[in-house]
Design a protein around this ligand. Structure first.
Ligand code: IPE
Ligand code: IPE
Ligand code: MG
Length: 254
């Protein structure tokens, strides 16, 4: 099929985004950044080279998200299941937040980005916890894009923990069973105060959630690409955004 040049891709000026058919930009985009290992393998490199290259993609995508005034960008960086990987790979991945922030924090400050995380950070190595804590602290006053890393995140774990906390609050008589509803349950999730993802992207050709935002993605629009995360580009991201703009979201209505 011939590639259609859409006006959207040529525009530099934010105002011209209105040219999009219905002009809507997802408030919250969540991305399953997958395919780093395969990217490296294709080049005869160790898997970790893919993780390193994937870090640069994060920088590119943050810029695009900022440009289009997306409010929240949640990036799946490490799942609760990823501990099953060889220790050397896990150790390498755990060093990436520090490396990413060492080189990139000044830019994030300039771009007014606020760093947050979701997941069980207590189980991360101390050096990772410290790097992330420092970045959150430094950027907490920023009012632009919320860059939310899912780090040691698992949706089932998140929900079980929420449930445990709810039960404790009932036991402590802070809550009555009848107080529990969807909105209250959401207050017990890591994503409290963050809207549900409007658009959920997964790279690398896999079409599954892999324990990512199971509750929150109930009405997300899904967008899949075969492109491996290290090769994911500003253009691809904008293609996903454009596609989103043409989706009809009904939320069960007609
Ligand atoms: C995604 O890339 C990054 C993490 C899960 C940490 P992968 O490492 O899963 O890459 P593939 O899927 O093996 O190619
Ligand atoms: C999902 O990717 C987790 C992250 C991208 C961090 P995986 O590569 O771990 O998922 P599966 O194993 O293919 O489902
Ligand atoms: Mg993978």
């Amino acid at each position: 099929m011939a590639k259609i040049r859409l006006p959207f891709f040529n525009k530099k000026n934010d105002k011209e985004l209105n040219l999009l058919p219905n002009g809507k930009i997802p408030e919250h985009v969540a991305i399953i950044m997958d395919g780093n290992g395969r990217w490296a393998k294709k080049r005869g490199l160790p898997r970790v080279a893919g993780h390193k290259q994937g870090m640069d993609t994060v920088k590119t995508i943050v810029k695009v998200a900022n440009k289009h005034k997306i409010k929240v960008l949640t990036l799946y960086a490490f799942s609760t299941e990823n501990w099953k990987r060889p220790k050397s790979e896990v150790d390498f991945i755990m060093k990436l937040p520090k490396e990413f922030l060492n080189t990139y924090l000044p830019d994030l400050m300039k771009e007014n980005v606020q760093i947050r995380t979701i997941g069980d950070d207590g189980q991360l190595p101390q050096h990772t916890i410290e790097a992330v804590k420092y970045a959150k602290e430094r950027t907490k006053g920023n009012t632009g894009l919320i860059l939310n890393f899912a780090l040691n995140y698992g949706s089932r774990y998140e929900m079980v923990e929420a449930m445990k906390q709810l039960v404790m609050d009932v036991e402590d008589q802070k809550l009555q069973i009848d107080d529990i509803n969807e909105s209250l349950f959401e207050d017990y999730l890591y994503t409290k105060n963050i809207s549900d993802p409007d658009l959920l992207i997964r790279t690398s050709g896999e079409q599954r959630l892999s324990n990512f935002l199971l509750w929150q993605a109930a009405y997300s629009e899904f967008w899949f690409t075969d492109v491996l995360w290290p090769d994911f580009s500003a253009e691809k991201f904008e293609e996903a955004l454009f596609d989103y703009q043409n989706r009809k979201r009904r939320f069960g209505s007609i």
